[in-house]
Design a protein around this ligand. Sequence first.
Ligand code: PMP
Length: 337
Amino acid sequence: MDIEKLVRENIRRLTPYSSARDDYKGKPGVFLDANENPYGTLNRYPDPYQQELRSAVARQKGVDKESLFIGNGSDEIIDLTLRIFGNPGTDKVMIFPPTYGMYEVSANINDLGIVRVPLNENFQINVTEAEKHFSDSSIKVMFICSPNNPTGNCMHPENIEYLVSQFRGIVLLDEAYSDFSDKPSFIRKTERYPNLVVMQTFSKAMGLAAARIGMAFADPAIIRYFNKVKPPYNVSGINQKAALSKIAEGISFRDQVKEIIRERERMAGEIRKLPLTRKVFPSDANFLLVKVTDADMIYEKLVNNDIIVRNRSSVVENCLRITIGTPNENDLLLEAV
Ligand code: PMP
């Protein structure tokens, strides 16, 4: 598959911005090249390619540094992907609703059409329906979210791989919640499929949502395009440091993940017993999708008790999405309902 042919022509031809740190890569000296203030501790621009952080993440994930891009959260990576591959006004994306809302918003911002292939009753991808659109070469990017937000389940891995192998565009596989699941990541499959971009984030299991660190794993050819179109200093120095410290903490986040999964299963069991519950959907993520008797009313009552969940009834009828909190926070929710 020729990825170059999928890239927007103006992006292929683009001369990227060259920052002071691009122009000079030698050893540190008297820096008078970037119009920085010489005084202070945060006065210097950060490393535009986050070399130290990328080395640490590459080591942690067992991938080559050249196959890794760091974005200002996954949300930036979603937008950059659409900017690279989607011609505004003519091209389209494919999504499998109900799913993460930013795919659609980002497509709208980039003036791209949206082909929606709803998930089936088990919240799985309807592969036959998706395939019917494969002859439409204006569909440039397909978004697959696994585990999916807001439904919580993983897509069948064999369906994901089949779609990646058959679709002639880019597949952006969003694994934001994969640390809460025992299904294997698709990161290594990017070595086999040049059209696959796997996205992960420091915002969920790693507990760094405030630091805005998203990761994309893909063939180096795609990574080079991410670097070409990104704003020069897209990840702040403070945020790079925060992510590096989190990695240096080692596997301690794994204990938190185990605790969150234990709490998720406890909460699923407790919520199932409640008279207002119709269904608790199985979850591979750090939240539960719960079908209730009257989502709007229950949502309001919870807000009145200072407990805020996400009312998802506009996308899945009468459903609330409940993030797993600390055991104490979870108990407060159970008491309130
Ligand atoms: N993908 C999914 C599926 C999400 O639910 C979210 C956050 N709600 C994101 C991506 C955004 O992640 P980030 O904080 O890395 O931008």
